[in-house]
Design a protein around this ligand. Sequence first.
Ligand SMILES: Nc1nc2c(ncn2[C@@H]2O[C@H](COP(=O)(O)OP(=O)(O)O)[C@@H](O)[C@H]2O)c(=O)[nH]1
Ligand SMILES: [Mg+2]
Length: 230
Amino acid sequence: MSNELSNYRLDEFMAKVPVRPLDIMLVGVTGAGKSSTIDALIGSETAKIGHGVNPETQDFNSYFLNDYVRLWDTPGIGDSPQKDKEHLQKLATYLNEIVDVYKDDAVCNTCYLIDMVLVVIDGSRRDLGGIYKLLNQTLLSNINNNRIIFAINQADVAMSGRHWTNGKPDNVLYDFLNRQIDSFQKQIEISINRKIHRPICYSASQEYNVKALLDCILDNISNRERLTKL
Ligand SMILES: Nc1nc2c(ncn2[C@@H]2O[C@H](COP(=O)(O)OP(=O)(O)O)[C@@H](O)[C@H]2O)c(=O)[nH]1
Ligand SMILES: [Mg+2]
């Protein structure tokens, strides 16, 4: 693969990722930038990005970043209560999907398909209601919370586009983004009543700090698969 992010810290991914590729499911509110994040990571316009009010991602699609990481794009929530219900059920189904684990060409165990969930938050919106809904109604009851990571997208428009210069935040926006990270972390921790790691902040469309997402994934890789039998 020619994309530089596909090779980013590749040796460490190789060392940390067990037999199967690491499967990461991106979730969030429609328009948060899940598909754009996948495009920024894999370096092409493969994941369908929504324009205007029509959410483009109606189903689950997967994309390999490299031999070790596979990204799952999912429909967003927040379009209607009925659709949310359907999408949350589908997320739960995927989180419980089971695959075989092979050792020396023989099945030795079974594990869950999805290893990790990346919650993509739209940093230009203050309302975290959709994120609480995702966490409290589906994610926390279907996957261990140390496998859920948080990232705040749209850093470029966090202050309505102000203080974004030459493809990065100036000092004013940088400080604002850090306060926003602290504030979102605190609000999420209160809502779910448990600690989370500090979210990272990036811009998918401006390709700012996207490497930090991969750092965050590497830092949070569990040292074992989600085995169904422990
Ligand atoms: N300004 C800005 N717009 C973004 C960013 N990421 C995504 N978008 C835009 O937000 C809209 C929704 O993005 P999309 O990736 O389809 O969101 P999804 O519904 O979560 O998959 C599109 O118009 C994107 O171009 C970002 O970092 N900054
Ligand atoms: Mg999408």
